[in-house]
Write a new protein. Structure first.
Length: 290
């Protein structure tokens, strides 16, 4: 039985490490959908530019899945890779030509007609906001992308791009966790709340480090104690900490194991009070909050 829509997102960047066949990936997706997770995050560069093709193969084994899900992709980073021999150095490309070509390639690799959300993957020092705006207008007008956002942008960079657009940016994917709290203080989450931009938290468990946080560290002790009080794992407590923020953070999970996804979904049912939230923040910072 499906549960109500989840704020969790499944990140597909590690699909090449999961060791799953296309049919097994499709079953993972269906399991996530049944748990209420209906959004899946990809990017052109993941797994050496192979991620979207691999996920597309999974979707083709079960065509009915597409109508139940939302697909995110990202573009703008150009990696040195065997599939991109023209790249001499890692760089960013937010030109109109590159954004449109990248989005169209993502559609072809995934075997779908529209992306629900396209993000500019990283701030580009050479970004011409008017060029990005024209690319967005082209893709929106052609029905190839439904909505647009950014990833790893600071508030001033969001403001610059938004000033050229005739449609709102709807998401900013950023690193935020108990091991990376900058977004709480640099204005990113304030802006997300102000503009009602969805903050999507990549590496919400610190790349798995929170599961390994030493029990003799202050943060490890607080996570363990709260976990015992709430009948939860430290990782579930860390996800619940993110979910309590009023900006409505959407954590991205990077696992290919449905049992682990199911455990993280349970974090949505945990109730942290305000003092527990600040106790975790104090432990993460290593000092009393200012």
């Amino acid at each position: 039985m499906s549960r109500e829509s989840s704020r969790l997102i499944l990140g597909i960047w590690r699909i090449g490490d999961w060791g799953l066949s296309p049919a097994e990936v499709a079953r993972l997706v269906e399991g996530c959908l049944d748990l209420g997770i209906d959004t899946f995050d990809l990017a052109d560069i993941y797994h050496g530019y192979q991620c979207e093709a691999m996920f597309g193969s999974a979707l083709r084994t079960s065509p009915g899945l597409r109508s139940r899900m939302k697909l995110i992709s990202k573009c703008g980073i150009a990696l040195v890779a065997p599939d991109r021999p023209m790249h001499r150095v890692k760089h960013y490309d937010t030109s109109r030509k590159h954004i449109v070509a990248s989005a169209e390639n993502s559609l072809a690799q995934l075997g779908v007609e529209q992306l629900d959300l396209l993000l500019i993957h990283r701030p580009d020092p050479l970004m011409e906001a008017d060029e990005v705006a024209r690319a967005f207008a082209d893709l929106k007008g052609a029905g190839k992308v439904a909505a647009f956002g950014v990833s790893n942008f600071q508030p001033h960079q969001v403001n610059l791009l938004q000033s050229r657009l005739d449609q709102p940016l709807v998401a900013n994917q950023m690193e935020v966790s108990l091991l990376h709290t900058d977004a709480l203080f640099d204005g990113s989450l304030d802006q997300a709340q102000q503009l009602r931009i969805m903050p999507q938290a990549w590496s919400p468990l610190g790349g798995g480090r929170l599961a390994r946080e030493p029990g003799d560290s202050t943060l490890g002790r607080v996570l363990a104690r709260l976990g015992q009080e709430l009948d939860a794992t430290p990782e579930q407590v860390a996800i619940a900490w993110l979910l309590l923020h009023p900006a409505q953070i959407h954590p991205l999970l990077g696992t290919g194991r449905l049992a682990r996804v199911r455990a993280m979904v349970k974090a949505q049912d945990l109730v942290l009070d305000r003092q527990a939230w600040f106790e975790l923040l104090e432990a993460a910072l290593g000092r009393e909050v200012p």
